[in-house]
Design a protein around this ligand. Structure first.
Ligand SMILES: [Zn+2]
Length: 209
């Protein structure tokens, strides 16, 4: 569905976000099984994988990186991730955190990102703790945070289940970091997107952590 003008939320197991401006950008690729669903959605909105300029991966969990290889197969898009996460996505390094060893098809990361960097229209906000190199992305023109798994909105805004966080304390510090920013809208890897007053909700949550 088109959540905001030019921002599509694709309802895969972990949300996939498609941003359409003068270029096409995908954020996350859900699981292996959902790769086809993302391609079907692109076809439905009359867009092609070969027109994608960047595929951002917020973190290396299987439900965010699993579909990457199948989408990348027909796309010249650059794969972009935080510098710390890149080697886990390409599988140059063994992932040692929850939910266990990785099985996704190794895919090289073309662009290593740093906190605060602007890349292909989105600002990188480093939000470690869920994984070592997790990031969120800010679309400043739409006042939109694409949170990834920096928080979860499945039954109200809250931290991710600590069984899936490599460093629960750092995960909460990252939520506090997001709470200090201003954004009206937010999209999550898991849970309903928020339209309006989103950063106020983060500020409320941060007070309780
Ligand atoms: Zn995750």
């Amino acid at each position: 569905m088109e959540f905001l003008k030019g921002v599509h939320v694709i309802e895969t197991y972990a949300t996939t976000t498609l941003v359409v401006d003068d270029r096409l950008v995908l954020v996350d690729t859900s699981s292996d099984a959902d790769g086809g669903k993302i391609l079907d959605y692109l076809a439905k909105v009359k867009m092609k994988p070969k027109d994608l300029s960047t595929i951002f991966i917020t973190h290396t969990h299987p439900d965010h990186v699993g579909g990457l290889a199948s989408i990348k197969k027909d796309s010249p898009a650059k794969v972009a991730a935080h510098r710390i996460e890149a080697d886990f996505i390409s599988r140059k390094k063994m992932w040692d955190g929850p939910p266990g060893p990785q099985r996704h098809t190794p895919t090289p990361v073309d662009v290593s990102l740093d906190d605060g960097q602007m890349y292909d229209g989105l600002r990188v906000i480093f939000t470690p703790g869920h994984t070592r190199g997790s990031m969120s992305l800010l679309d400043e023109t739409r006042s939109l945070l694409i949170a990834g798994d920096a928080a979860n909105n499945e039954s109200g805004l809250r931290p991710m289940d600590d069984r899936y966080n490599i460093d629960p304390k750092q995960h909460r510090q990252s939520i506090k970091k997001l709470a200090a920013l201003h954004f009206d809208n937010a999209i999550f890897g898991h849970g309903e997107p928020i339209k309006g007053d989103a950063s106020a909700k983060f500020a409320e949550l941060a007070k309780r952590l």
